[in-house]
Design a protein around this ligand. Structure first.
Ligand code: PNW
Length: 496
Protein backbone atom coordinates (compact mmCIF):
# COMPACT_ATOMS: atom_id res chain seq x y z
CA UNK A 1 0.00 0.00 0.00
CA UNK A 2 1.34 3.43 -0.90
CA UNK A 3 2.23 5.93 1.78
CA UNK A 4 -0.51 8.30 0.69
CA UNK A 5 -3.16 5.57 0.88
CA UNK A 6 -1.93 4.72 4.35
CA UNK A 7 -2.19 8.32 5.38
CA UNK A 8 -5.67 8.42 3.93
CA UNK A 9 -6.69 5.38 6.01
CA UNK A 10 -5.16 6.81 9.15
CA UNK A 11 -6.97 10.03 8.65
CA UNK A 12 -10.25 8.16 7.92
CA UNK A 13 -9.78 6.39 11.19
CA UNK A 14 -9.04 9.58 13.08
CA UNK A 15 -12.10 11.20 11.56
CA UNK A 16 -14.19 8.23 12.45
CA UNK A 17 -13.11 8.27 16.08
CA UNK A 18 -13.47 12.00 16.26
CA UNK A 19 -16.95 11.99 14.82
CA UNK A 20 -18.03 9.07 17.00
CA UNK A 21 -16.85 10.92 20.09
CA UNK A 22 -18.22 14.25 19.05
CA UNK A 23 -21.59 12.84 18.08
CA UNK A 24 -22.01 11.39 21.53
CA UNK A 25 -20.79 14.60 23.12
CA UNK A 26 -23.03 16.72 20.93
CA UNK A 27 -26.08 14.74 22.00
CA UNK A 28 -25.18 15.04 25.66
CA UNK A 29 -24.48 18.78 25.51
CA UNK A 30 -27.11 20.05 23.14
CA UNK A 31 -27.68 23.79 23.76
CA UNK A 32 -24.64 26.00 23.16
CA UNK A 33 -21.58 25.77 20.99
CA UNK A 34 -19.51 26.66 24.03
CA UNK A 35 -20.53 23.61 26.03
CA UNK A 36 -20.17 21.50 22.89
CA UNK A 37 -16.57 22.61 22.64
CA UNK A 38 -15.78 22.08 26.27
CA UNK A 39 -17.27 18.59 26.15
CA UNK A 40 -15.11 17.83 23.15
CA UNK A 41 -12.11 19.08 25.07
CA UNK A 42 -13.11 16.94 28.00
CA UNK A 43 -13.20 13.92 25.73
CA UNK A 44 -9.74 14.72 24.45
CA UNK A 45 -8.50 15.11 28.02
CA UNK A 46 -10.10 11.82 29.04
CA UNK A 47 -8.40 10.05 26.18
CA UNK A 48 -4.98 11.37 27.07
CA UNK A 49 -5.40 10.96 30.83
CA UNK A 50 -7.01 7.54 30.43
CA UNK A 51 -9.66 8.32 33.01
CA UNK A 52 -13.01 6.55 33.20
CA UNK A 53 -16.26 8.50 33.53
CA UNK A 54 -17.04 9.89 36.95
CA UNK A 55 -18.86 7.36 39.09
CA UNK A 56 -17.59 4.39 37.07
CA UNK A 57 -17.96 1.30 39.25
CA UNK A 58 -15.11 -1.12 39.90
CA UNK A 59 -15.80 -4.63 41.07
CA UNK A 60 -15.03 -8.31 41.11
CA UNK A 61 -17.08 -11.38 40.24
CA UNK A 62 -17.50 -14.97 41.46
CA UNK A 63 -20.05 -17.77 41.04
CA UNK A 64 -21.64 -20.06 43.62
CA UNK A 65 -20.33 -23.46 42.56
CA UNK A 66 -16.85 -22.10 41.97
CA UNK A 67 -16.33 -20.51 45.39
CA UNK A 68 -18.92 -21.50 47.99
CA UNK A 69 -18.20 -25.12 48.83
CA UNK A 70 -20.51 -26.35 51.64
CA UNK A 71 -22.06 -28.56 49.00
CA UNK A 72 -24.25 -30.56 51.36
CA UNK A 73 -24.82 -27.96 54.03
CA UNK A 74 -28.02 -26.29 55.19
CA UNK A 75 -30.25 -28.24 52.85
CA UNK A 76 -28.56 -27.44 49.54
CA UNK A 77 -29.77 -29.77 46.78
CA UNK A 78 -27.45 -31.60 44.39
CA UNK A 79 -26.67 -29.90 41.08
CA UNK A 80 -25.55 -31.18 37.68
CA UNK A 81 -22.05 -29.90 38.44
CA UNK A 82 -21.87 -31.94 41.67
CA UNK A 83 -22.80 -35.02 39.68
CA UNK A 84 -20.50 -34.23 36.78
CA UNK A 85 -17.41 -33.30 38.80
CA UNK A 86 -17.71 -36.54 40.78
CA UNK A 87 -17.46 -38.65 37.62
CA UNK A 88 -13.78 -39.67 37.36
CA UNK A 89 -12.00 -38.10 34.42
CA UNK A 90 -14.42 -35.23 33.79
CA UNK A 91 -12.42 -32.58 35.66
CA UNK A 92 -8.66 -32.18 35.82
CA UNK A 93 -7.25 -34.04 38.87
CA UNK A 94 -10.85 -35.07 39.61
CA UNK A 95 -11.33 -31.82 41.51
CA UNK A 96 -14.85 -31.01 42.71
CA UNK A 97 -16.60 -27.95 44.14
CA UNK A 98 -17.35 -29.72 47.45
CA UNK A 99 -15.16 -27.32 49.43
CA UNK A 100 -13.96 -24.87 46.76
CA UNK A 101 -12.86 -21.63 48.51
CA UNK A 102 -15.27 -22.27 51.38
CA UNK A 103 -16.70 -18.82 50.80
CA UNK A 104 -19.98 -20.07 52.27
CA UNK A 105 -18.29 -19.74 55.66
CA UNK A 106 -15.57 -17.23 54.91
CA UNK A 107 -17.59 -14.52 53.23
CA UNK A 108 -17.09 -11.92 56.00
CA UNK A 109 -13.31 -11.99 55.63
CA UNK A 110 -13.60 -12.22 51.84
CA UNK A 111 -15.67 -9.06 51.83
CA UNK A 112 -12.86 -7.42 53.80
CA UNK A 113 -10.48 -8.51 51.04
CA UNK A 114 -12.71 -6.75 48.52
CA UNK A 115 -12.84 -3.63 50.61
CA UNK A 116 -9.04 -3.67 50.91
CA UNK A 117 -8.74 -3.19 47.15
CA UNK A 118 -11.49 -0.57 46.74
CA UNK A 119 -14.17 -2.86 45.31
CA UNK A 120 -17.51 -1.04 45.06
CA UNK A 121 -19.63 -3.66 43.29
CA UNK A 122 -19.62 -7.42 43.74
CA UNK A 123 -21.13 -9.93 41.37
CA UNK A 124 -21.98 -13.28 42.96
CA UNK A 125 -24.42 -15.99 41.96
CA UNK A 126 -27.28 -17.49 43.88
CA UNK A 127 -27.20 -21.28 43.94
CA UNK A 128 -30.69 -22.24 42.76
CA UNK A 129 -30.48 -25.54 44.68
CA UNK A 130 -29.86 -23.75 47.98
CA UNK A 131 -33.20 -21.98 47.49
CA UNK A 132 -35.18 -24.81 45.89
CA UNK A 133 -33.23 -28.04 46.51
CA UNK A 134 -35.29 -29.78 43.81
CA UNK A 135 -35.55 -26.79 41.51
CA UNK A 136 -39.23 -26.17 42.34
CA UNK A 137 -41.49 -26.69 45.33
CA UNK A 138 -40.84 -25.73 48.93
CA UNK A 139 -38.16 -23.06 49.46
CA UNK A 140 -35.31 -23.72 51.85
CA UNK A 141 -35.15 -20.94 54.43
CA UNK A 142 -31.52 -21.65 55.34
CA UNK A 143 -30.47 -21.04 51.76
CA UNK A 144 -32.35 -17.77 51.60
CA UNK A 145 -30.81 -16.70 54.90
CA UNK A 146 -27.32 -17.27 53.55
CA UNK A 147 -27.82 -14.80 50.71
CA UNK A 148 -29.41 -12.33 53.12
CA UNK A 149 -26.37 -12.54 55.37
CA UNK A 150 -24.01 -12.21 52.42
CA UNK A 151 -25.75 -9.18 50.95
CA UNK A 152 -26.14 -7.52 54.36
CA UNK A 153 -22.42 -7.87 54.93
CA UNK A 154 -21.67 -6.40 51.48
CA UNK A 155 -23.92 -3.43 52.09
CA UNK A 156 -22.43 -2.86 55.53
CA UNK A 157 -19.08 -2.55 53.76
CA UNK A 158 -20.42 -0.15 51.16
CA UNK A 159 -20.30 -2.71 48.34
CA UNK A 160 -23.32 -3.02 46.05
CA UNK A 161 -24.45 -6.61 45.50
CA UNK A 162 -25.17 -7.65 41.89
CA UNK A 163 -26.81 -11.09 41.84
CA UNK A 164 -26.59 -13.62 39.01
CA UNK A 165 -29.46 -16.09 39.19
CA UNK A 166 -27.98 -18.90 37.13
CA UNK A 167 -24.30 -19.65 36.86
CA UNK A 168 -24.62 -23.19 35.49
CA UNK A 169 -25.45 -25.13 38.67
CA UNK A 170 -28.79 -26.58 37.59
CA UNK A 171 -30.60 -28.53 40.32
CA UNK A 172 -30.06 -32.21 39.48
CA UNK A 173 -33.74 -32.87 40.11
CA UNK A 174 -34.68 -30.77 37.07
CA UNK A 175 -32.25 -32.71 34.96
CA UNK A 176 -33.69 -36.02 36.16
CA UNK A 177 -37.30 -34.95 35.82
CA UNK A 178 -37.27 -32.90 32.61
CA UNK A 179 -33.83 -33.49 31.03
CA UNK A 180 -32.89 -30.02 32.22
CA UNK A 181 -32.60 -27.36 29.53
CA UNK A 182 -33.95 -29.77 26.91
CA UNK A 183 -37.36 -28.93 28.32
CA UNK A 184 -39.44 -25.77 28.47
CA UNK A 185 -40.39 -26.81 31.99
CA UNK A 186 -36.89 -25.87 33.18
CA UNK A 187 -37.26 -22.40 31.66
CA UNK A 188 -40.58 -22.00 33.48
CA UNK A 189 -39.10 -23.22 36.76
CA UNK A 190 -36.27 -20.72 36.34
CA UNK A 191 -38.75 -17.89 35.90
CA UNK A 192 -40.54 -18.88 39.11
CA UNK A 193 -37.30 -19.13 41.07
CA UNK A 194 -36.11 -15.74 39.72
CA UNK A 195 -39.35 -14.07 40.78
CA UNK A 196 -39.14 -15.65 44.21
CA UNK A 197 -35.55 -14.64 44.87
CA UNK A 198 -36.10 -11.07 43.69
CA UNK A 199 -38.92 -10.78 46.20
CA UNK A 200 -36.80 -12.25 48.99
CA UNK A 201 -33.75 -10.11 48.32
CA UNK A 202 -35.60 -7.11 46.86
CA UNK A 203 -34.79 -4.78 49.75
CA UNK A 204 -31.08 -5.54 49.43
CA UNK A 205 -30.30 -6.32 45.80
CA UNK A 206 -31.03 -3.71 43.13
CA UNK A 207 -29.31 -5.36 40.16
CA UNK A 208 -29.93 -8.82 38.75
CA UNK A 209 -28.37 -10.81 35.96
CA UNK A 210 -30.64 -13.59 34.75
CA UNK A 211 -28.32 -16.22 33.24
CA UNK A 212 -24.56 -16.25 32.96
CA UNK A 213 -23.09 -17.07 29.56
CA UNK A 214 -25.90 -18.98 27.91
CA UNK A 215 -23.62 -19.63 24.96
CA UNK A 216 -20.97 -21.32 27.11
CA UNK A 217 -23.11 -23.63 29.20
CA UNK A 218 -25.30 -24.60 26.25
CA UNK A 219 -22.56 -25.18 23.68
CA UNK A 220 -20.17 -26.93 26.09
CA UNK A 221 -22.79 -28.76 28.17
CA UNK A 222 -25.18 -29.89 25.42
CA UNK A 223 -23.11 -29.52 22.24
CA UNK A 224 -19.64 -30.95 22.76
CA UNK A 225 -20.29 -32.40 26.20
CA UNK A 226 -17.20 -31.22 28.04
CA UNK A 227 -19.29 -29.36 30.65
CA UNK A 228 -22.15 -30.68 32.77
CA UNK A 229 -24.42 -32.42 31.97
CA UNK A 230 -22.00 -33.80 29.36
CA UNK A 231 -24.39 -34.24 26.45
CA UNK A 232 -23.77 -34.14 22.72
CA UNK A 233 -27.16 -33.44 21.24
CA UNK A 234 -27.90 -33.47 17.53
CA UNK A 235 -28.45 -30.01 15.97
CA UNK A 236 -32.24 -29.87 16.37
CA UNK A 237 -32.00 -30.74 20.06
CA UNK A 238 -29.17 -28.29 20.59
CA UNK A 239 -31.14 -25.47 18.96
CA UNK A 240 -34.06 -26.24 21.22
CA UNK A 241 -31.80 -26.02 24.29
CA UNK A 242 -30.54 -22.66 23.02
CA UNK A 243 -34.11 -21.51 22.67
CA UNK A 244 -35.05 -22.65 26.18
CA UNK A 245 -32.11 -20.72 27.60
CA UNK A 246 -33.16 -17.42 26.00
CA UNK A 247 -36.76 -18.14 26.93
CA UNK A 248 -35.72 -18.71 30.55
CA UNK A 249 -33.96 -15.37 30.46
CA UNK A 250 -37.11 -13.60 29.24
CA UNK A 251 -39.38 -15.36 31.73
CA UNK A 252 -37.02 -14.33 34.52
CA UNK A 253 -37.01 -10.69 33.38
CA UNK A 254 -40.80 -10.67 33.54
CA UNK A 255 -40.94 -12.44 36.89
CA UNK A 256 -38.41 -10.08 38.48
CA UNK A 257 -40.32 -7.05 37.16
CA UNK A 258 -43.49 -8.45 38.69
CA UNK A 259 -41.96 -9.22 42.09
CA UNK A 260 -39.09 -6.85 42.82
CA UNK A 261 -39.54 -3.31 44.13
CA UNK A 262 -39.60 -0.60 41.48
CA UNK A 263 -36.17 0.72 40.62
CA UNK A 264 -34.72 -2.80 40.41
CA UNK A 265 -32.49 -3.14 37.35
CA UNK A 266 -32.34 -6.27 35.24
CA UNK A 267 -29.92 -7.54 32.65
CA UNK A 268 -27.97 -10.64 31.72
CA UNK A 269 -24.30 -11.60 31.55
CA UNK A 270 -23.48 -13.00 28.15
CA UNK A 271 -20.18 -14.16 26.75
CA UNK A 272 -20.81 -12.88 23.27
CA UNK A 273 -18.73 -13.66 20.27
CA UNK A 274 -16.59 -10.58 19.56
CA UNK A 275 -15.32 -10.22 16.01
CA UNK A 276 -12.54 -7.62 15.77
CA UNK A 277 -11.71 -5.78 12.53
CA UNK A 278 -8.20 -6.80 11.48
CA UNK A 279 -7.51 -3.29 10.17
CA UNK A 280 -9.70 -0.39 11.22
CA UNK A 281 -11.10 0.63 7.85
CA UNK A 282 -14.76 1.62 7.50
CA UNK A 283 -15.42 -1.56 5.47
CA UNK A 284 -13.88 -3.87 8.07
CA UNK A 285 -15.58 -2.04 10.91
CA UNK A 286 -18.92 -2.63 9.20
CA UNK A 287 -17.98 -6.28 8.58
CA UNK A 288 -17.26 -6.76 12.32
CA UNK A 289 -20.70 -5.37 13.14
CA UNK A 290 -22.43 -7.72 10.73
CA UNK A 291 -20.39 -10.61 12.10
CA UNK A 292 -21.27 -9.77 15.71
CA UNK A 293 -24.98 -9.75 14.93
CA UNK A 294 -24.91 -13.07 13.08
CA UNK A 295 -22.51 -14.91 15.34
CA UNK A 296 -24.67 -14.20 18.37
CA UNK A 297 -27.95 -14.87 16.56
CA UNK A 298 -29.14 -17.63 18.90
CA UNK A 299 -28.33 -15.68 22.06
CA UNK A 300 -27.81 -11.94 22.47
CA UNK A 301 -29.21 -11.01 19.04
CA UNK A 302 -32.57 -12.70 19.61
CA UNK A 303 -32.71 -11.25 23.13
CA UNK A 304 -32.09 -7.73 21.83
CA UNK A 305 -34.13 -7.94 18.62
CA UNK A 306 -36.94 -10.35 19.42
CA UNK A 307 -36.32 -12.39 16.31
CA UNK A 308 -33.95 -14.97 14.94
CA UNK A 309 -32.03 -13.50 12.03
CA UNK A 310 -32.95 -14.72 8.54
CA UNK A 311 -29.50 -16.20 8.17
CA UNK A 312 -29.78 -18.11 11.43
CA UNK A 313 -33.10 -19.61 10.35
CA UNK A 314 -31.75 -20.41 6.91
CA UNK A 315 -28.61 -22.01 8.30
CA UNK A 316 -30.45 -24.11 10.87
CA UNK A 317 -33.13 -25.10 8.32
CA UNK A 318 -35.09 -28.15 9.43
CA UNK A 319 -33.15 -28.14 12.70
CA UNK A 320 -34.33 -24.63 13.66
CA UNK A 321 -35.82 -24.32 17.14
CA UNK A 322 -39.57 -24.61 17.57
CA UNK A 323 -40.96 -21.35 18.92
CA UNK A 324 -43.98 -19.08 18.96
CA UNK A 325 -44.37 -15.33 18.46
CA UNK A 326 -45.24 -15.11 22.13
CA UNK A 327 -41.86 -16.74 22.98
CA UNK A 328 -40.06 -14.05 20.99
CA UNK A 329 -41.88 -11.32 22.88
CA UNK A 330 -40.91 -12.86 26.20
CA UNK A 331 -37.30 -13.37 25.12
CA UNK A 332 -36.96 -9.72 24.11
CA UNK A 333 -38.49 -8.24 27.26
CA UNK A 334 -36.83 -4.83 27.67
CA UNK A 335 -33.66 -4.77 29.78
CA UNK A 336 -32.21 -2.05 31.96
CA UNK A 337 -28.66 -2.96 31.05
CA UNK A 338 -26.61 -5.46 29.11
CA UNK A 339 -23.77 -7.30 30.83
CA UNK A 340 -21.02 -8.76 28.68
CA UNK A 341 -18.24 -11.13 29.64
CA UNK A 342 -15.23 -10.37 27.47
CA UNK A 343 -12.10 -12.50 27.42
CA UNK A 344 -10.99 -12.80 23.83
CA UNK A 345 -11.72 -11.86 20.25
CA UNK A 346 -13.81 -14.49 18.45
CA UNK A 347 -11.61 -13.81 15.47
CA UNK A 348 -10.16 -11.02 13.34
CA UNK A 349 -12.43 -10.18 10.46
CA UNK A 350 -12.35 -8.29 7.21
CA UNK A 351 -14.97 -7.24 4.71
CA UNK A 352 -15.59 -9.83 2.01
CA UNK A 353 -17.56 -10.05 -1.16
CA UNK A 354 -19.41 -13.19 -0.12
CA UNK A 355 -22.88 -14.07 1.15
CA UNK A 356 -21.98 -13.18 4.75
CA UNK A 357 -20.27 -9.89 3.96
CA UNK A 358 -17.29 -10.79 6.10
CA UNK A 359 -14.48 -13.27 6.40
CA UNK A 360 -12.89 -14.48 9.65
CA UNK A 361 -9.13 -14.86 9.39
CA UNK A 362 -7.44 -17.87 10.97
CA UNK A 363 -5.50 -17.01 14.13
CA UNK A 364 -1.74 -17.08 13.68
CA UNK A 365 -0.26 -20.12 15.42
CA UNK A 366 1.85 -17.73 17.47
CA UNK A 367 -1.12 -15.60 18.59
CA UNK A 368 -0.61 -15.26 22.35
CA UNK A 369 -2.91 -17.15 24.69
CA UNK A 370 -3.29 -17.36 28.46
CA UNK A 371 -2.90 -20.66 30.33
CA UNK A 372 -6.54 -21.26 29.30
CA UNK A 373 -6.08 -22.56 25.77
CA UNK A 374 -9.37 -21.08 24.61
CA UNK A 375 -8.31 -17.61 25.67
CA UNK A 376 -6.69 -15.90 22.72
CA UNK A 377 -5.35 -12.59 23.97
CA UNK A 378 -6.66 -9.61 22.05
CA UNK A 379 -7.21 -6.46 24.12
CA UNK A 380 -9.17 -4.82 21.27
CA UNK A 381 -12.05 -7.17 22.13
CA UNK A 382 -12.75 -5.00 25.17
CA UNK A 383 -13.23 -2.03 22.85
CA UNK A 384 -15.29 -3.65 20.11
CA UNK A 385 -17.61 -5.65 22.36
CA UNK A 386 -19.24 -2.69 24.15
CA UNK A 387 -18.84 -0.43 21.11
CA UNK A 388 -20.84 -2.72 18.83
CA UNK A 389 -23.40 -3.84 21.43
CA UNK A 390 -24.16 -0.15 21.85
CA UNK A 391 -24.16 0.52 18.13
CA UNK A 392 -26.18 -2.52 17.05
CA UNK A 393 -28.80 -2.51 19.76
CA UNK A 394 -28.61 0.90 21.43
CA UNK A 395 -28.03 -0.56 24.89
CA UNK A 396 -28.39 2.38 27.28
CA UNK A 397 -26.30 0.89 30.06
CA UNK A 398 -23.57 -1.69 29.80
CA UNK A 399 -21.49 -3.55 32.33
CA UNK A 400 -18.40 -5.62 31.73
CA UNK A 401 -19.62 -8.49 33.86
CA UNK A 402 -16.41 -10.51 33.50
CA UNK A 403 -12.94 -9.91 32.16
CA UNK A 404 -9.79 -11.59 33.38
CA UNK A 405 -7.04 -14.02 32.60
CA UNK A 406 -5.41 -17.16 33.97
CA UNK A 407 -1.70 -17.42 34.64
CA UNK A 408 0.92 -19.62 36.23
CA UNK A 409 0.80 -17.62 39.47
CA UNK A 410 3.80 -19.08 41.24
CA UNK A 411 4.10 -18.45 44.93
CA UNK A 412 7.61 -17.28 45.80
CA UNK A 413 9.45 -18.24 48.99
CA UNK A 414 8.60 -14.84 50.44
CA UNK A 415 4.91 -15.51 49.69
CA UNK A 416 4.44 -13.21 46.73
CA UNK A 417 2.82 -13.80 43.40
CA UNK A 418 4.34 -11.57 40.76
CA UNK A 419 1.63 -11.97 38.13
CA UNK A 420 3.14 -9.48 35.74
CA UNK A 421 1.15 -11.12 32.94
CA UNK A 422 -2.18 -10.36 34.64
CA UNK A 423 -1.22 -6.75 35.40
CA UNK A 424 -0.18 -6.27 31.80
CA UNK A 425 -3.39 -7.95 30.65
CA UNK A 426 -5.51 -5.58 32.71
CA UNK A 427 -3.66 -2.50 31.55
CA UNK A 428 -3.93 -3.49 27.90
CA UNK A 429 -7.58 -4.52 27.99
CA UNK A 430 -8.63 -1.56 30.14
CA UNK A 431 -6.91 0.88 27.81
CA UNK A 432 -9.32 -0.36 25.16
CA UNK A 433 -12.32 -0.13 27.46
CA UNK A 434 -11.34 3.39 28.43
CA UNK A 435 -11.23 4.34 24.77
CA UNK A 436 -14.81 3.11 24.36
CA UNK A 437 -16.05 5.08 27.38
CA UNK A 438 -14.19 8.19 26.18
CA UNK A 439 -16.08 7.89 22.90
CA UNK A 440 -19.37 7.89 24.77
CA UNK A 441 -20.18 4.17 25.01
CA UNK A 442 -22.25 4.01 28.24
CA UNK A 443 -20.31 1.38 30.20
CA UNK A 444 -21.16 1.86 33.88
CA UNK A 445 -18.88 -0.64 35.56
CA UNK A 446 -16.34 -3.43 35.29
CA UNK A 447 -16.15 -6.71 37.22
CA UNK A 448 -12.78 -8.44 37.22
CA UNK A 449 -13.02 -12.24 37.04
CA UNK A 450 -12.29 -13.24 39.67
CA UNK A 451 -11.88 -11.97 43.21
CA UNK A 452 -9.85 -15.08 43.99
CA UNK A 453 -8.71 -18.32 42.42
CA UNK A 454 -11.53 -20.85 42.35
CA UNK A 455 -12.96 -24.01 40.78
CA UNK A 456 -12.34 -23.38 37.10
CA UNK A 457 -14.86 -25.93 35.78
CA UNK A 458 -13.14 -28.73 33.85
CA UNK A 459 -9.71 -27.28 34.65
CA UNK A 460 -10.43 -27.67 38.37
CA UNK A 461 -8.15 -25.77 40.71
CA UNK A 462 -5.16 -25.92 38.39
CA UNK A 463 -6.21 -22.82 36.47
CA UNK A 464 -6.09 -19.58 38.40
CA UNK A 465 -7.95 -16.37 37.51
CA UNK A 466 -7.93 -14.57 40.86
CA UNK A 467 -6.60 -11.26 42.12
CA UNK A 468 -6.09 -13.22 45.33
CA UNK A 469 -4.18 -16.48 45.30
CA UNK A 470 -5.87 -19.33 47.15
CA UNK A 471 -3.70 -21.90 48.89
CA UNK A 472 -6.04 -24.87 48.61
CA UNK A 473 -4.33 -26.76 51.44
CA UNK A 474 -4.98 -24.05 54.02
CA UNK A 475 -7.58 -21.97 52.13
CA UNK A 476 -5.47 -18.94 52.89
CA UNK A 477 -5.91 -16.01 50.47
CA UNK A 478 -2.80 -14.09 49.39
CA UNK A 479 -3.01 -10.88 47.35
CA UNK A 480 -1.22 -11.06 44.01
CA UNK A 481 0.52 -8.10 42.39
CA UNK A 482 -2.66 -7.68 40.33
CA UNK A 483 -4.66 -7.04 43.51
CA UNK A 484 -2.34 -4.11 44.20
CA UNK A 485 -2.89 -2.95 40.61
CA UNK A 486 -6.67 -3.17 40.97
CA UNK A 487 -6.54 -1.19 44.19
CA UNK A 488 -4.87 1.79 42.52
CA UNK A 489 -6.99 1.47 39.37
CA UNK A 490 -10.21 1.64 41.39
CA UNK A 491 -8.94 4.45 43.59
CA UNK A 492 -7.79 6.66 40.71
CA UNK A 493 -10.51 5.62 38.23
CA UNK A 494 -8.04 5.54 35.37
CA UNK A 495 -5.75 3.15 33.59
CA UNK A 496 -2.57 3.02 35.65
C1 PNW B 1 -16.55 -17.96 32.11
N1 PNW B 1 -14.53 -21.09 26.77
O1 PNW B 1 -16.39 -19.26 31.64
C2 PNW B 1 -17.45 -18.13 33.30
O2 PNW B 1 -18.52 -17.24 33.38
C3 PNW B 1 -16.72 -18.26 34.59
O3 PNW B 1 -17.46 -19.08 35.43
C4 PNW B 1 -15.31 -18.79 34.35
O4 PNW B 1 -14.63 -19.11 35.50
C5 PNW B 1 -14.58 -17.72 33.55
O5 PNW B 1 -15.29 -17.42 32.35
C6 PNW B 1 -13.16 -18.11 33.16
O6 PNW B 1 -13.18 -19.25 32.38
C7 PNW B 1 -15.89 -19.63 30.42
O7 PNW B 1 -14.16 -22.28 26.70
C8 PNW B 1 -15.49 -20.95 30.30
O8 PNW B 1 -14.49 -20.34 25.78
C9 PNW B 1 -15.04 -21.44 29.09
C10 PNW B 1 -15.00 -20.59 28.01
C11 PNW B 1 -15.39 -19.26 28.12
C12 PNW B 1 -15.84 -18.79 29.33
Amino acid sequence: MSASKNDQKNSDRRNFLKSAGLTAAGLAAAPALVSFKSTAEQIAANISERTFPEGFLWGTATAAYQVEGAATEDGRGTTIWDTFSHIPGKVKNDDTGDVACDMYHRYPSDIKLMKDINVKIFRFSVAWSRIFPDGTGTPNQKGIDFYKRLTDELLANDIQPFATLYHWDLPQALHDKYKGWESRETAKAFGDYAGFISKQLGDRVKHYFTLNEMSTFVELGYGNGIFAPGLQLPQAGLNQVRHHAVLAHGLAVQAIRANAPSGTKIGLAENLSVPVPIIDTPENIKAAEIAMREENAGYLTVVMEGKYTDKFLKKTGADAPKFTDEDLKIISSPLDFVGINVYNPAGYVQAADNEDGYKTLPFAKSQPRSTSQWQVLGPESLYWAPKNVHKLWGAKELYITENGTSGTDELTDDKHIYDTDRVSFMRNYLTQLQKATAEGVPVKGYFYWSLMDNFEWTSGYSTRFGLYYVDYKTLERIPKESAAYFKVLARDNKVV
